[in-house]
Design a protein. Structure first.
Length: 226
């Protein structure tokens, strides 16, 4: 009886082992029974910035020849040696017609560089009369685009001119907010008119004309420069 029970138990164990092995084998062959892999987080996206191209450096201290004294398209500019030779030729001319010489020098002005313009302007103001000053030279004084170094030569000479030449020109300069000599011109107006009308240019002009009329026959001394 005991032998029969022992044989039964051994038989059950053998069957269990066979069934368990079969289940393991079947599971290994069935892909659906395998555990799904744990999803991995996506790799971070690395953004490569576009190449940064720096702005070009600002152009500073660039000398621009203003339109009032620019070289004409159909005119050849003087080389340094050429304008110096031409200047000597004009000034050395035995003819004492100073107005003609001044006009010849003014013809040279648009054809030379800034340094030459300053030197030539100094000779022009010593030669030119009031009428020609207004007609031809005044543009180098009233145009705000003319370099200050050139305009100042004509401005300094203006102190020696007749009031009828001087005051209308300094009023024109004072009106121009872009002119580098504007403050100097306005100060000079105040010295003559003995008033300050700010930016009331109609009042300035009215007072200037009144002053010129009252002093038409006078040779009043020129006020001290500010």
């Amino acid at each position: 009886m005991r032998g029969s029970n022992l044989s039964r138990i051994l038989g059950i164990l053998v069957v269990a082992i066979i069934v368990g092995g079969g289940i393991g084998w079947w599971a290994s062959r069935n892909p659906h029974s395998r555990p799904e892999p744990t999803p991995q987080p996506p790799a971070p996206t690395v953004t490569i910035p576009d190449e940064v191209i720096p702005d070009p450096p600002a152009m500073t201290n660039v000398e621009v020849i203003p339109p009032a004294v620019a070289v004409s398209a159909d005119t050849n500019a003087f080389e340094p040696a050429q304008w110096e030779e031409k200047l000597d030729e004009i000034l050395g001319d035995a003819d004492d017609d100073t107005d003609r010489k001044a006009n010849q020098l003014l013809d040279m002005m648009p054809k030379v560089d800034l340094e030459a313009q300053i030197e030539i302007a100094g000779h022009v103001v010593n030669l030119i009369n009031d009428k020609e000053f207004v007609a031809r030279a005044a543009k180098y004084l009233t145009n705000a685009e003319v370099p200050e170094a050139v305009a100042s030569v004509f401005m300094n000479d203006l102190y020696n001119r007749d009031d009828t030449v001087k005051l209308p020109l300094i009023l024109e300069i004072a009106k121009n907010e872009m002119h580098t000599l504007r403050d100097e011109a306005k100060d000079l107006l105040e010295l003559y008119i003995e008033e300050d009308y700010g930016t009331n240019w109609n009042q300035w002009e009215e007072s200037m004309n009144k002053y010129l009329k009252e002093h038409a026959a006078d040779e009043s001394p020129i006020p001290a420069q500010p």
